[in-house]
Design a protein around this ligand. Structure first.
Ligand SMILES: Nc1ncnc2c1ncn2[C@@H]1O[C@H](COP(=O)(O)OP(=O)(O)OP(=O)(O)O)[C@@H](O)[C@H]1O
Length: 276
Protein backbone atom coordinates (compact mmCIF):
# COMPACT_ATOMS: atom_id res chain seq x y z
CA UNK A 1 0.00 0.00 0.00
CA UNK A 2 1.43 3.39 -0.91
CA UNK A 3 1.36 6.30 1.50
CA UNK A 4 -0.98 9.13 0.56
CA UNK A 5 -0.01 12.65 1.40
CA UNK A 6 -2.62 15.36 1.81
CA UNK A 7 -1.80 18.37 -0.35
CA UNK A 8 -0.83 21.55 1.39
CA UNK A 9 -2.14 24.76 -0.16
CA UNK A 10 0.34 26.29 -2.57
CA UNK A 11 -0.40 29.71 -1.19
CA UNK A 12 1.39 28.76 2.00
CA UNK A 13 4.53 28.03 0.04
CA UNK A 14 7.32 30.43 -0.67
CA UNK A 15 7.41 30.32 -4.46
CA UNK A 16 10.42 32.23 -5.71
CA UNK A 17 11.26 33.38 -9.21
CA UNK A 18 13.42 31.07 -11.29
CA UNK A 19 16.28 33.19 -12.38
CA UNK A 20 19.75 32.70 -13.75
CA UNK A 21 22.77 34.80 -14.55
CA UNK A 22 23.99 34.88 -18.14
CA UNK A 23 27.13 37.04 -18.17
CA UNK A 24 26.20 40.58 -17.20
CA UNK A 25 22.54 40.12 -18.05
CA UNK A 26 20.22 38.67 -15.45
CA UNK A 27 17.62 36.54 -17.19
CA UNK A 28 14.40 35.91 -15.31
CA UNK A 29 11.72 33.47 -16.30
CA UNK A 30 8.31 33.47 -14.61
CA UNK A 31 7.87 31.01 -11.76
CA UNK A 32 5.49 28.15 -12.41
CA UNK A 33 2.03 28.99 -11.10
CA UNK A 34 0.39 27.30 -8.13
CA UNK A 35 -3.39 27.29 -7.94
CA UNK A 36 -5.64 26.63 -4.93
CA UNK A 37 -9.19 25.72 -5.84
CA UNK A 38 -12.26 25.53 -3.63
CA UNK A 39 -15.52 24.81 -5.38
CA UNK A 40 -18.34 25.28 -2.85
CA UNK A 41 -20.74 23.70 -5.35
CA UNK A 42 -20.57 22.99 -9.07
CA UNK A 43 -23.40 22.00 -11.34
CA UNK A 44 -25.79 22.76 -14.17
CA UNK A 45 -29.17 24.52 -13.82
CA UNK A 46 -30.66 22.88 -10.69
CA UNK A 47 -28.36 19.83 -10.61
CA UNK A 48 -25.40 19.94 -8.23
CA UNK A 49 -22.68 17.45 -9.19
CA UNK A 50 -20.15 18.28 -6.52
CA UNK A 51 -19.87 20.13 -3.22
CA UNK A 52 -16.98 21.46 -1.19
CA UNK A 53 -14.21 20.23 -3.49
CA UNK A 54 -10.70 21.40 -2.66
CA UNK A 55 -7.84 20.83 -5.07
CA UNK A 56 -4.30 22.19 -5.12
CA UNK A 57 -2.36 22.42 -8.37
CA UNK A 58 1.32 22.47 -7.49
CA UNK A 59 3.63 24.79 -9.46
CA UNK A 60 5.29 23.12 -12.43
CA UNK A 61 3.68 19.77 -11.63
CA UNK A 62 1.22 17.51 -13.41
CA UNK A 63 -1.91 16.73 -11.40
CA UNK A 64 -4.09 13.92 -12.78
CA UNK A 65 -7.80 13.41 -12.17
CA UNK A 66 -9.29 9.95 -12.64
CA UNK A 67 -12.85 8.80 -12.06
CA UNK A 68 -15.88 7.10 -13.56
CA UNK A 69 -17.57 8.57 -16.62
CA UNK A 70 -19.97 11.37 -15.71
CA UNK A 71 -18.49 11.99 -12.26
CA UNK A 72 -17.61 15.61 -13.14
CA UNK A 73 -13.98 15.69 -14.29
CA UNK A 74 -14.57 17.83 -17.38
CA UNK A 75 -16.92 20.10 -15.42
CA UNK A 76 -14.06 20.93 -13.04
CA UNK A 77 -11.88 21.87 -16.03
CA UNK A 78 -14.73 23.94 -17.47
CA UNK A 79 -15.11 25.85 -14.20
CA UNK A 80 -11.37 26.63 -14.13
CA UNK A 81 -11.49 27.75 -17.75
CA UNK A 82 -14.40 30.05 -16.93
CA UNK A 83 -17.03 28.20 -19.00
CA UNK A 84 -19.03 27.37 -15.86
CA UNK A 85 -19.69 30.20 -13.40
CA UNK A 86 -18.18 29.89 -9.94
CA UNK A 87 -20.82 29.42 -7.27
CA UNK A 88 -21.10 31.59 -4.16
CA UNK A 89 -18.33 30.72 -1.70
CA UNK A 90 -16.08 29.21 -4.38
CA UNK A 91 -12.60 30.60 -4.98
CA UNK A 92 -9.64 30.07 -7.28
CA UNK A 93 -6.42 31.63 -6.02
CA UNK A 94 -3.08 31.79 -7.81
CA UNK A 95 0.29 31.76 -6.04
CA UNK A 96 1.24 35.11 -7.63
CA UNK A 97 -1.96 36.75 -6.35
CA UNK A 98 -3.18 37.57 -9.86
CA UNK A 99 -6.42 36.33 -11.44
CA UNK A 100 -6.27 33.06 -13.37
CA UNK A 101 -8.41 34.33 -16.26
CA UNK A 102 -6.50 34.67 -19.54
CA UNK A 103 -3.61 32.45 -18.39
CA UNK A 104 -4.94 29.03 -19.35
CA UNK A 105 -4.34 26.75 -22.34
CA UNK A 106 -6.68 23.88 -23.14
CA UNK A 107 -5.73 20.66 -24.87
CA UNK A 108 -8.14 17.78 -25.44
CA UNK A 109 -8.70 14.63 -27.47
CA UNK A 110 -10.49 16.60 -30.21
CA UNK A 111 -7.21 18.33 -31.13
CA UNK A 112 -9.32 21.52 -31.86
CA UNK A 113 -7.42 22.34 -35.04
CA UNK A 114 -9.12 24.55 -37.61
CA UNK A 115 -9.71 22.27 -40.63
CA UNK A 116 -9.31 25.00 -43.26
CA UNK A 117 -6.04 26.42 -41.89
CA UNK A 118 -2.57 25.00 -42.49
CA UNK A 119 -0.59 23.51 -39.64
CA UNK A 120 1.47 26.70 -39.40
CA UNK A 121 -1.61 28.94 -39.50
CA UNK A 122 -3.21 26.87 -36.74
CA UNK A 123 -0.36 27.93 -34.48
CA UNK A 124 -0.63 31.66 -35.19
CA UNK A 125 -4.41 31.96 -35.36
CA UNK A 126 -4.73 33.24 -31.77
CA UNK A 127 -2.27 36.06 -32.50
CA UNK A 128 -4.09 36.95 -35.72
CA UNK A 129 -7.49 37.02 -33.97
CA UNK A 130 -6.19 39.27 -31.21
CA UNK A 131 -4.62 41.68 -33.71
CA UNK A 132 -1.01 40.80 -32.79
CA UNK A 133 1.81 40.19 -35.24
CA UNK A 134 2.05 36.41 -35.80
CA UNK A 135 5.41 35.00 -34.68
CA UNK A 136 6.08 32.59 -37.55
CA UNK A 137 9.67 31.88 -36.46
CA UNK A 138 8.50 30.71 -33.05
CA UNK A 139 5.68 28.67 -34.63
CA UNK A 140 8.14 26.94 -37.00
CA UNK A 141 10.55 26.28 -34.13
CA UNK A 142 7.78 24.70 -32.02
CA UNK A 143 6.63 22.54 -34.94
CA UNK A 144 10.21 21.35 -35.30
CA UNK A 145 10.32 20.63 -31.54
CA UNK A 146 7.26 18.37 -31.77
CA UNK A 147 8.68 16.61 -34.85
CA UNK A 148 6.54 18.29 -37.50
CA UNK A 149 9.23 20.14 -39.48
CA UNK A 150 8.27 20.06 -43.15
CA UNK A 151 4.52 19.66 -42.38
CA UNK A 152 3.81 23.39 -41.99
CA UNK A 153 1.75 23.72 -45.17
CA UNK A 154 -0.42 20.62 -44.66
CA UNK A 155 -4.07 20.80 -43.61
CA UNK A 156 -5.14 18.94 -40.43
CA UNK A 157 -7.07 16.43 -42.59
CA UNK A 158 -3.71 15.35 -44.08
CA UNK A 159 -2.31 14.45 -40.64
CA UNK A 160 -2.56 11.29 -38.53
CA UNK A 161 -4.22 11.43 -35.10
CA UNK A 162 -0.82 11.51 -33.40
CA UNK A 163 0.39 14.34 -35.65
CA UNK A 164 -2.76 16.36 -34.91
CA UNK A 165 -2.12 15.95 -31.18
CA UNK A 166 1.43 17.19 -31.74
CA UNK A 167 -0.02 20.28 -33.45
CA UNK A 168 -2.25 20.74 -30.39
CA UNK A 169 0.81 20.44 -28.15
CA UNK A 170 2.76 22.97 -30.24
CA UNK A 171 -0.20 25.35 -30.08
CA UNK A 172 -0.35 24.96 -26.30
CA UNK A 173 3.34 25.93 -26.14
CA UNK A 174 2.71 28.81 -28.57
CA UNK A 175 0.13 30.22 -26.12
CA UNK A 176 2.78 30.02 -23.37
CA UNK A 177 0.20 30.15 -20.59
CA UNK A 178 1.26 29.00 -17.11
CA UNK A 179 -1.72 26.66 -16.54
CA UNK A 180 -2.50 23.92 -19.05
CA UNK A 181 -5.77 21.98 -18.81
CA UNK A 182 -5.52 18.63 -20.55
CA UNK A 183 -8.67 16.53 -21.14
CA UNK A 184 -7.96 12.92 -22.22
CA UNK A 185 -5.63 14.05 -25.00
CA UNK A 186 -4.29 10.67 -26.02
CA UNK A 187 -7.34 8.43 -25.62
CA UNK A 188 -7.90 8.04 -29.38
CA UNK A 189 -4.28 7.10 -30.16
CA UNK A 190 -2.65 3.71 -30.57
CA UNK A 191 -0.46 2.45 -27.73
CA UNK A 192 2.94 3.34 -29.21
CA UNK A 193 1.91 6.82 -30.41
CA UNK A 194 0.27 7.44 -27.03
CA UNK A 195 3.43 6.40 -25.19
CA UNK A 196 5.62 8.71 -27.32
CA UNK A 197 3.24 11.65 -26.93
CA UNK A 198 3.09 11.14 -23.17
CA UNK A 199 6.90 11.44 -23.09
CA UNK A 200 6.89 14.49 -25.37
CA UNK A 201 4.15 16.21 -23.38
CA UNK A 202 5.92 15.64 -20.06
CA UNK A 203 9.14 17.02 -21.46
CA UNK A 204 7.66 20.07 -23.20
CA UNK A 205 5.25 21.05 -20.41
CA UNK A 206 7.85 20.65 -17.66
CA UNK A 207 7.73 24.35 -16.73
CA UNK A 208 3.93 24.52 -16.79
CA UNK A 209 1.38 23.68 -14.14
CA UNK A 210 -0.83 20.99 -15.62
CA UNK A 211 -4.22 19.55 -14.68
CA UNK A 212 -4.89 16.43 -16.73
CA UNK A 213 -7.97 14.23 -16.96
CA UNK A 214 -7.43 10.65 -17.95
CA UNK A 215 -9.33 7.36 -17.78
CA UNK A 216 -6.09 5.42 -17.82
CA UNK A 217 -4.39 4.73 -14.45
CA UNK A 218 -1.17 3.83 -16.24
CA UNK A 219 -1.14 7.17 -18.06
CA UNK A 220 -1.64 8.99 -14.74
CA UNK A 221 1.16 6.96 -13.17
CA UNK A 222 3.57 7.60 -16.06
CA UNK A 223 2.92 11.34 -16.22
CA UNK A 224 1.49 12.54 -12.90
CA UNK A 225 3.25 13.99 -9.88
CA UNK A 226 -0.08 14.16 -8.05
CA UNK A 227 -3.04 11.86 -8.69
CA UNK A 228 -6.61 12.07 -7.38
CA UNK A 229 -9.60 9.82 -7.96
CA UNK A 230 -13.08 11.37 -8.01
CA UNK A 231 -16.01 9.32 -6.78
CA UNK A 232 -19.43 9.44 -5.16
CA UNK A 233 -22.51 11.60 -5.45
CA UNK A 234 -21.93 14.41 -4.58
CA UNK A 235 -18.36 13.90 -5.71
CA UNK A 236 -15.44 13.49 -3.34
CA UNK A 237 -11.76 13.74 -4.16
CA UNK A 238 -9.40 11.02 -2.93
CA UNK A 239 -6.31 12.01 -0.98
CA UNK A 240 -3.34 13.06 -3.05
CA UNK A 241 -1.28 10.18 -4.35
CA UNK A 242 1.98 12.12 -4.40
CA UNK A 243 4.68 10.41 -6.46
CA UNK A 244 8.14 11.81 -6.06
CA UNK A 245 10.01 9.88 -8.78
CA UNK A 246 10.79 11.74 -12.03
CA UNK A 247 8.34 11.66 -14.96
CA UNK A 248 7.77 10.09 -17.43
CA UNK A 249 8.03 6.87 -15.45
CA UNK A 250 8.89 3.45 -16.76
CA UNK A 251 5.54 1.58 -17.00
CA UNK A 252 7.23 -1.59 -15.73
CA UNK A 253 8.84 0.12 -12.72
CA UNK A 254 8.07 -1.20 -9.22
CA UNK A 255 6.54 2.08 -8.00
CA UNK A 256 4.04 2.00 -10.88
CA UNK A 257 2.99 -1.59 -10.21
CA UNK A 258 2.35 -0.89 -6.53
CA UNK A 259 0.38 2.30 -7.15
CA UNK A 260 -1.57 0.83 -10.09
CA UNK A 261 -3.31 -1.60 -7.75
CA UNK A 262 -4.16 1.19 -5.31
CA UNK A 263 -5.68 3.33 -8.07
CA UNK A 264 -7.65 0.38 -9.42
CA UNK A 265 -9.01 -0.22 -5.92
CA UNK A 266 -10.12 3.43 -5.66
CA UNK A 267 -11.72 3.28 -9.13
CA UNK A 268 -13.47 0.01 -8.27
CA UNK A 269 -14.89 1.58 -5.13
CA UNK A 270 -16.04 4.56 -7.20
CA UNK A 271 -17.70 2.23 -9.74
CA UNK A 272 -19.42 0.21 -6.98
CA UNK A 273 -20.79 3.42 -5.43
CA UNK A 274 -22.03 4.50 -8.86
CA UNK A 275 -23.90 1.20 -9.42
CA UNK A 276 -25.39 0.90 -5.90
N1 LIG B 1 -24.12 21.18 -20.30
C1 LIG B 1 -24.60 20.35 -19.36
N2 LIG B 1 -25.86 20.50 -18.89
C2 LIG B 1 -26.34 19.69 -17.91
N3 LIG B 1 -25.64 18.67 -17.37
C3 LIG B 1 -24.39 18.47 -17.81
C4 LIG B 1 -23.80 19.28 -18.83
N4 LIG B 1 -22.54 18.84 -19.06
C5 LIG B 1 -22.36 17.79 -18.23
N5 LIG B 1 -23.46 17.57 -17.49
C6 LIG B 1 -23.62 16.53 -16.46
O1 LIG B 1 -22.66 16.75 -15.43
C7 LIG B 1 -22.16 15.51 -14.96
C8 LIG B 1 -20.63 15.53 -15.07
O2 LIG B 1 -20.26 15.60 -16.46
P1 LIG B 1 -18.73 15.67 -16.90
O3 LIG B 1 -18.69 15.78 -18.38
O4 LIG B 1 -18.07 16.73 -16.11
O5 LIG B 1 -18.22 14.24 -16.43
P2 LIG B 1 -16.85 13.50 -16.74
O6 LIG B 1 -16.42 12.89 -15.47
O7 LIG B 1 -15.90 14.42 -17.41
O8 LIG B 1 -17.33 12.38 -17.77
P3 LIG B 1 -16.51 11.63 -18.94
O9 LIG B 1 -15.43 10.88 -18.25
O10 LIG B 1 -17.54 10.70 -19.52
O11 LIG B 1 -16.02 12.67 -19.90
C9 LIG B 1 -22.81 14.42 -15.79
O12 LIG B 1 -23.88 13.90 -15.04
C10 LIG B 1 -23.30 15.14 -17.01
O13 LIG B 1 -24.47 14.53 -17.51
Amino acid sequence: MVAYEQSSPVLQRDVKNNSSETGAARVSTPSPLGVDIHLATLGYQDTIILEDLRLTLHPGRITCLLGPSGVGKTSILKSLAGFLPLSKGSRIECSDGKPLAGRISYMDQNDLTLPWASVLDNLVIAARLSGKKPDFDRARHLLETVGLAGKEALLPSQLSGGMKQRVALARTLMDDNPLVLVDEPFSALDAITRHRLQDLTVSLLSTKTVLMITHDPLEALRMGHHIHVLSGDPVRLSDDLNLTTPVPRDPTGPDITACYNDILALLNTARTEELS
